[in-house]
Design a protein around this ligand. Structure first.
Ligand code: SAM
Length: 323
Protein backbone atom coordinates (compact mmCIF):
# COMPACT_ATOMS: atom_id res chain seq x y z
CA UNK A 1 0.00 0.00 0.00
CA UNK A 2 1.74 3.18 -1.19
CA UNK A 3 1.70 6.53 0.55
CA UNK A 4 -0.50 8.17 -2.09
CA UNK A 5 -3.08 5.42 -1.77
CA UNK A 6 -3.28 6.19 1.96
CA UNK A 7 -3.78 9.86 1.03
CA UNK A 8 -6.69 8.72 -1.16
CA UNK A 9 -8.15 6.35 1.36
CA UNK A 10 -8.09 8.79 4.21
CA UNK A 11 -8.86 12.44 3.75
CA UNK A 12 -7.90 13.27 7.36
CA UNK A 13 -4.51 11.59 6.98
CA UNK A 14 -3.81 13.80 3.97
CA UNK A 15 -5.22 16.94 5.59
CA UNK A 16 -3.13 16.38 8.74
CA UNK A 17 0.06 16.46 6.66
CA UNK A 18 -1.09 19.60 4.86
CA UNK A 19 -1.88 21.40 8.11
CA UNK A 20 1.18 20.24 10.03
CA UNK A 21 -0.44 17.80 12.47
CA UNK A 22 1.58 14.75 13.49
CA UNK A 23 -1.47 12.50 13.32
CA UNK A 24 -5.00 12.61 11.93
CA UNK A 25 -6.25 12.23 15.55
CA UNK A 26 -5.82 16.01 15.92
CA UNK A 27 -9.15 16.44 14.10
CA UNK A 28 -10.94 14.27 16.65
CA UNK A 29 -9.99 16.63 19.48
CA UNK A 30 -10.70 19.72 17.35
CA UNK A 31 -14.16 18.39 16.44
CA UNK A 32 -14.90 17.51 20.06
CA UNK A 33 -13.94 21.10 20.95
CA UNK A 34 -16.30 22.47 18.26
CA UNK A 35 -19.17 20.66 19.95
CA UNK A 36 -18.19 21.04 23.62
CA UNK A 37 -15.95 24.11 23.83
CA UNK A 38 -13.48 22.21 26.01
CA UNK A 39 -10.62 24.75 25.86
CA UNK A 40 -12.45 27.78 27.16
CA UNK A 41 -10.72 29.15 30.28
CA UNK A 42 -8.17 26.31 30.44
CA UNK A 43 -4.82 27.25 31.99
CA UNK A 44 -3.45 23.85 32.91
CA UNK A 45 -3.94 20.70 30.87
CA UNK A 46 -2.74 17.10 30.86
CA UNK A 47 -2.47 14.93 27.73
CA UNK A 48 -2.30 11.25 28.67
CA UNK A 49 -1.07 8.70 26.09
CA UNK A 50 0.08 11.55 23.91
CA UNK A 51 2.50 10.15 21.30
CA UNK A 52 3.17 11.00 18.53
CA UNK A 53 1.69 14.25 19.82
CA UNK A 54 -1.12 15.61 17.65
CA UNK A 55 -3.42 16.22 20.66
CA UNK A 56 -0.51 17.96 22.42
CA UNK A 57 -0.07 20.06 19.28
CA UNK A 58 -3.75 21.02 19.49
CA UNK A 59 -3.29 21.99 23.16
CA UNK A 60 -0.19 23.98 22.27
CA UNK A 61 -1.88 25.79 19.35
CA UNK A 62 -5.13 26.44 21.23
CA UNK A 63 -3.75 27.31 24.68
CA UNK A 64 -0.01 27.93 24.86
CA UNK A 65 0.80 29.76 21.63
CA UNK A 66 -2.07 32.32 21.85
CA UNK A 67 -1.03 33.12 25.45
CA UNK A 68 2.58 33.50 24.33
CA UNK A 69 1.59 35.81 21.46
CA UNK A 70 -0.53 37.88 23.86
CA UNK A 71 2.56 38.34 26.05
CA UNK A 72 1.02 36.42 28.98
CA UNK A 73 3.90 35.99 31.48
CA UNK A 74 2.26 32.79 32.81
CA UNK A 75 1.19 30.81 29.76
CA UNK A 76 -0.75 27.57 30.34
CA UNK A 77 1.08 24.50 31.59
CA UNK A 78 0.63 21.45 29.39
CA UNK A 79 1.99 18.08 30.53
CA UNK A 80 2.02 15.16 28.10
CA UNK A 81 2.74 11.52 28.98
CA UNK A 82 3.33 8.43 26.88
CA UNK A 83 5.18 5.12 26.99
CA UNK A 84 6.88 6.22 23.78
CA UNK A 85 9.28 9.15 23.43
CA UNK A 86 7.94 12.16 21.52
CA UNK A 87 9.64 14.90 19.54
CA UNK A 88 9.40 18.28 21.36
CA UNK A 89 6.32 20.54 21.04
CA UNK A 90 6.39 24.18 22.05
CA UNK A 91 4.94 24.73 25.52
CA UNK A 92 4.49 21.03 26.28
CA UNK A 93 6.36 19.30 29.12
CA UNK A 94 6.91 15.71 28.09
CA UNK A 95 7.13 12.70 30.38
CA UNK A 96 7.90 9.20 29.25
CA UNK A 97 6.06 6.68 31.43
CA UNK A 98 3.23 4.26 31.96
CA UNK A 99 0.02 5.97 33.07
CA UNK A 100 -1.00 2.86 35.01
CA UNK A 101 1.99 3.29 37.34
CA UNK A 102 1.82 5.36 40.49
CA UNK A 103 5.28 6.82 39.80
CA UNK A 104 4.02 8.38 36.55
CA UNK A 105 0.93 9.79 38.27
CA UNK A 106 3.21 11.39 40.89
CA UNK A 107 5.44 12.86 38.17
CA UNK A 108 2.45 14.43 36.41
CA UNK A 109 1.22 15.92 39.68
CA UNK A 110 4.67 17.34 40.49
CA UNK A 111 4.58 19.52 37.37
CA UNK A 112 1.48 21.35 38.56
CA UNK A 113 3.12 22.73 41.72
CA UNK A 114 -0.09 22.55 43.68
CA UNK A 115 -2.16 24.10 40.87
CA UNK A 116 -4.89 21.74 39.70
CA UNK A 117 -5.52 21.10 36.00
CA UNK A 118 -8.64 22.37 34.24
CA UNK A 119 -8.60 19.72 31.53
CA UNK A 120 -7.32 16.14 31.23
CA UNK A 121 -7.46 14.37 27.87
CA UNK A 122 -6.59 10.74 27.21
CA UNK A 123 -6.41 9.14 23.77
CA UNK A 124 -4.79 5.99 25.14
CA UNK A 125 -5.05 2.80 23.18
CA UNK A 126 -3.39 -0.54 23.76
CA UNK A 127 -1.95 -2.50 20.85
CA UNK A 128 -5.22 -3.80 19.44
CA UNK A 129 -5.40 -7.60 19.20
CA UNK A 130 -8.64 -7.82 17.22
CA UNK A 131 -10.23 -9.81 20.07
CA UNK A 132 -12.92 -7.24 20.86
CA UNK A 133 -13.61 -8.29 24.46
CA UNK A 134 -9.91 -8.23 25.32
CA UNK A 135 -9.28 -4.93 23.51
CA UNK A 136 -12.27 -3.35 25.21
CA UNK A 137 -11.11 -4.61 28.61
CA UNK A 138 -7.54 -3.31 28.23
CA UNK A 139 -8.85 0.01 26.90
CA UNK A 140 -11.14 0.31 29.93
CA UNK A 141 -8.18 -0.38 32.24
CA UNK A 142 -6.26 2.48 30.62
CA UNK A 143 -9.23 4.75 31.16
CA UNK A 144 -9.44 3.74 34.82
CA UNK A 145 -5.72 4.49 35.22
CA UNK A 146 -6.37 7.88 33.65
CA UNK A 147 -9.17 8.42 36.17
CA UNK A 148 -6.72 7.93 39.06
CA UNK A 149 -4.63 10.73 37.61
CA UNK A 150 -7.79 12.79 37.09
CA UNK A 151 -8.68 12.42 40.78
CA UNK A 152 -5.22 13.65 41.73
CA UNK A 153 -4.88 16.61 39.36
CA UNK A 154 -8.24 17.82 38.04
CA UNK A 155 -9.91 20.76 39.76
CA UNK A 156 -13.55 20.44 40.83
CA UNK A 157 -15.58 21.64 37.85
CA UNK A 158 -12.89 20.50 35.38
CA UNK A 159 -13.30 18.46 32.19
CA UNK A 160 -12.06 14.99 31.21
CA UNK A 161 -12.08 13.70 27.63
CA UNK A 162 -11.11 10.11 26.88
CA UNK A 163 -11.22 7.51 24.17
CA UNK A 164 -13.42 4.48 24.80
CA UNK A 165 -14.32 1.37 22.85
CA UNK A 166 -18.09 0.97 22.69
CA UNK A 167 -18.28 -2.71 23.52
CA UNK A 168 -20.80 -4.81 25.36
CA UNK A 169 -20.09 -3.52 28.87
CA UNK A 170 -19.46 0.12 28.02
CA UNK A 171 -22.45 1.07 30.20
CA UNK A 172 -20.37 0.02 33.20
CA UNK A 173 -17.83 2.70 32.30
CA UNK A 174 -20.60 5.26 31.98
CA UNK A 175 -21.90 4.38 35.46
CA UNK A 176 -18.40 4.70 36.90
CA UNK A 177 -17.79 8.05 35.20
CA UNK A 178 -21.14 9.34 36.37
CA UNK A 179 -20.01 8.85 39.97
CA UNK A 180 -17.38 11.53 39.39
CA UNK A 181 -18.97 13.75 36.75
CA UNK A 182 -22.62 14.85 36.67
CA UNK A 183 -22.38 15.43 32.91
CA UNK A 184 -21.15 12.55 30.75
CA UNK A 185 -21.55 12.53 26.95
CA UNK A 186 -20.36 10.19 24.23
CA UNK A 187 -18.96 11.97 21.19
CA UNK A 188 -18.21 10.45 17.80
CA UNK A 189 -16.21 12.95 15.73
CA UNK A 190 -16.62 12.76 11.95
CA UNK A 191 -12.87 12.14 11.68
CA UNK A 192 -13.27 8.88 13.62
CA UNK A 193 -14.24 6.10 11.23
CA UNK A 194 -17.79 4.81 11.55
CA UNK A 195 -16.38 1.36 11.08
CA UNK A 196 -14.43 1.75 14.35
CA UNK A 197 -15.96 1.05 17.78
CA UNK A 198 -13.91 3.99 19.06
CA UNK A 199 -15.74 6.98 20.56
CA UNK A 200 -14.91 9.61 23.19
CA UNK A 201 -16.42 10.38 26.56
CA UNK A 202 -16.66 14.05 27.41
CA UNK A 203 -17.10 14.35 31.17
CA UNK A 204 -17.86 17.76 32.61
CA UNK A 205 -18.11 19.46 36.01
CA UNK A 206 -15.80 17.14 37.96
CA UNK A 207 -17.46 16.60 41.31
CA UNK A 208 -15.62 13.93 43.30
CA UNK A 209 -17.36 12.56 46.38
CA UNK A 210 -15.75 13.73 49.66
CA UNK A 211 -12.37 12.13 50.26
CA UNK A 212 -11.85 11.28 46.63
CA UNK A 213 -9.82 14.21 45.40
CA UNK A 214 -6.03 14.19 45.73
CA UNK A 215 -3.31 11.59 45.40
CA UNK A 216 -3.94 8.11 46.81
CA UNK A 217 -7.71 8.67 46.71
CA UNK A 218 -10.18 5.88 47.39
CA UNK A 219 -11.09 5.64 43.69
CA UNK A 220 -10.77 1.86 43.42
CA UNK A 221 -13.40 1.29 46.14
CA UNK A 222 -15.79 3.71 44.44
CA UNK A 223 -15.34 2.09 41.02
CA UNK A 224 -15.71 -1.40 42.50
CA UNK A 225 -18.96 -0.30 44.15
CA UNK A 226 -20.23 1.05 40.83
CA UNK A 227 -19.28 -2.22 39.12
CA UNK A 228 -21.13 -4.27 41.74
CA UNK A 229 -24.29 -2.14 41.30
CA UNK A 230 -23.97 -2.42 37.54
CA UNK A 231 -23.69 -6.22 37.51
CA UNK A 232 -26.46 -6.64 40.11
CA UNK A 233 -28.77 -4.48 38.01
CA UNK A 234 -27.82 -6.34 34.83
CA UNK A 235 -28.52 -9.68 36.55
CA UNK A 236 -31.88 -8.39 37.78
CA UNK A 237 -32.76 -7.19 34.27
CA UNK A 238 -31.85 -10.57 32.79
CA UNK A 239 -33.96 -12.32 35.39
CA UNK A 240 -36.87 -10.04 34.61
CA UNK A 241 -36.49 -10.55 30.87
CA UNK A 242 -36.38 -14.33 31.39
CA UNK A 243 -39.51 -14.14 33.54
CA UNK A 244 -41.24 -12.02 30.88
CA UNK A 245 -40.23 -14.47 28.16
CA UNK A 246 -41.60 -17.30 30.28
CA UNK A 247 -44.99 -15.54 30.52
CA UNK A 248 -44.40 -14.20 34.01
CA UNK A 249 -43.71 -10.58 33.07
CA UNK A 250 -43.25 -8.38 36.11
CA UNK A 251 -42.99 -11.37 38.45
CA UNK A 252 -39.19 -11.55 38.54
CA UNK A 253 -37.12 -10.73 41.60
CA UNK A 254 -35.79 -7.64 39.77
CA UNK A 255 -39.12 -5.90 39.81
CA UNK A 256 -40.15 -7.26 43.19
CA UNK A 257 -37.06 -5.69 44.72
CA UNK A 258 -37.58 -2.42 42.90
CA UNK A 259 -34.79 -3.09 40.35
CA UNK A 260 -35.17 -3.76 36.64
CA UNK A 261 -37.59 -1.86 34.42
CA UNK A 262 -36.51 1.18 32.46
CA UNK A 263 -35.26 3.27 35.40
CA UNK A 264 -31.81 1.59 35.69
CA UNK A 265 -31.43 1.65 31.91
CA UNK A 266 -32.13 5.37 31.84
CA UNK A 267 -29.75 5.97 34.73
CA UNK A 268 -26.97 4.34 32.69
CA UNK A 269 -27.79 6.05 29.41
CA UNK A 270 -25.58 8.92 28.27
CA UNK A 271 -26.33 11.41 25.49
CA UNK A 272 -24.59 10.57 22.21
CA UNK A 273 -23.39 13.35 19.94
CA UNK A 274 -21.91 13.10 16.48
CA UNK A 275 -19.56 16.06 16.04
CA UNK A 276 -17.62 17.71 13.23
CA UNK A 277 -18.56 19.45 10.03
CA UNK A 278 -20.61 17.23 7.70
CA UNK A 279 -18.90 18.78 4.68
CA UNK A 280 -15.45 18.22 6.21
CA UNK A 281 -14.95 14.80 4.64
CA UNK A 282 -15.93 11.22 5.32
CA UNK A 283 -13.37 9.21 7.27
CA UNK A 284 -14.63 5.95 5.74
CA UNK A 285 -14.50 7.06 2.08
CA UNK A 286 -11.81 6.81 -0.55
CA UNK A 287 -11.19 10.06 -2.42
CA UNK A 288 -9.80 10.47 -5.91
CA UNK A 289 -6.67 12.57 -6.11
CA UNK A 290 -6.05 14.66 -9.21
CA UNK A 291 -2.82 13.18 -10.67
CA UNK A 292 -2.07 16.55 -12.31
CA UNK A 293 -1.93 18.42 -9.02
CA UNK A 294 -1.18 15.68 -6.50
CA UNK A 295 1.96 16.25 -4.46
CA UNK A 296 3.14 13.60 -2.05
CA UNK A 297 3.81 15.05 1.41
CA UNK A 298 6.10 13.49 3.98
CA UNK A 299 4.62 12.81 7.45
CA UNK A 300 4.99 15.84 9.74
CA UNK A 301 6.94 13.90 12.35
CA UNK A 302 8.40 10.46 11.64
CA UNK A 303 7.99 8.08 14.60
CA UNK A 304 10.71 8.69 17.23
CA UNK A 305 11.14 5.06 18.30
CA UNK A 306 8.94 2.83 16.12
CA UNK A 307 8.68 -0.88 16.92
CA UNK A 308 9.96 -1.72 13.44
CA UNK A 309 13.40 -0.34 14.43
CA UNK A 310 13.65 -3.07 17.08
CA UNK A 311 12.37 -5.64 14.61
CA UNK A 312 15.04 -4.64 12.06
CA UNK A 313 17.75 -4.71 14.73
CA UNK A 314 16.59 -8.15 15.86
CA UNK A 315 16.52 -9.40 12.29
CA UNK A 316 20.05 -8.10 11.70
CA UNK A 317 21.21 -9.63 15.00
CA UNK A 318 19.78 -12.95 13.87
CA UNK A 319 22.02 -12.91 10.80
CA UNK A 320 19.80 -10.77 8.64
CA UNK A 321 17.64 -13.78 7.83
CA UNK A 322 14.43 -11.86 8.43
CA UNK A 323 11.82 -12.40 11.09
N1 SAM B 1 -3.35 11.32 20.94
C1 SAM B 1 -2.18 10.88 20.22
C2 SAM B 1 -1.93 11.83 19.10
O1 SAM B 1 -2.83 12.58 18.80
O2 SAM B 1 -0.84 11.86 18.55
C3 SAM B 1 -2.33 9.47 19.70
C4 SAM B 1 -2.34 8.45 20.82
S1 SAM B 1 -2.16 6.82 20.24
C5 SAM B 1 -3.71 6.50 19.56
C6 SAM B 1 -2.23 5.88 21.70
C7 SAM B 1 -1.01 6.03 22.58
O3 SAM B 1 -1.30 5.40 23.83
C8 SAM B 1 0.24 5.35 22.06
O4 SAM B 1 1.22 6.31 21.77
C9 SAM B 1 0.68 4.44 23.21
O5 SAM B 1 2.08 4.43 23.41
C10 SAM B 1 -0.03 5.08 24.38
N2 SAM B 1 -0.20 4.19 25.53
C11 SAM B 1 -0.79 2.97 25.54
N3 SAM B 1 -0.72 2.46 26.79
C12 SAM B 1 -0.10 3.38 27.58
C13 SAM B 1 0.25 3.42 28.95
N4 SAM B 1 -0.03 2.42 29.77
N5 SAM B 1 0.88 4.53 29.42
C14 SAM B 1 1.18 5.56 28.59
N6 SAM B 1 0.87 5.56 27.27
C15 SAM B 1 0.24 4.50 26.78
Amino acid sequence: MGKSSKDKRDIFYRKAKEEGWRARSAYKLLQIDEAFDIFSGVEHAVDLCAAPGSWSQVLSRKLFLPALRAGNPNPPTIVAVDLQPMAPIEGVVQLQGDITSEATAKQVISHFHGQPADLVVCDGAPDVTGLHDLDEYVQAQLLLAALSIVCAVLRPGGTFVAKIFRGKDVALLYSQLKMLFPEVYVAKPKSSRNSSIEAFVVCRRFDPPPGLAGPGCALQALLAGAAEDYFNTAAAEEEQAAAAAGGGAGQGTGQASGRGGVAPLLARAVPFLSCGDLSGGDADRTYDLDPATYVRLEPVQPPTAPNYKTAIALAKGAGGGGL
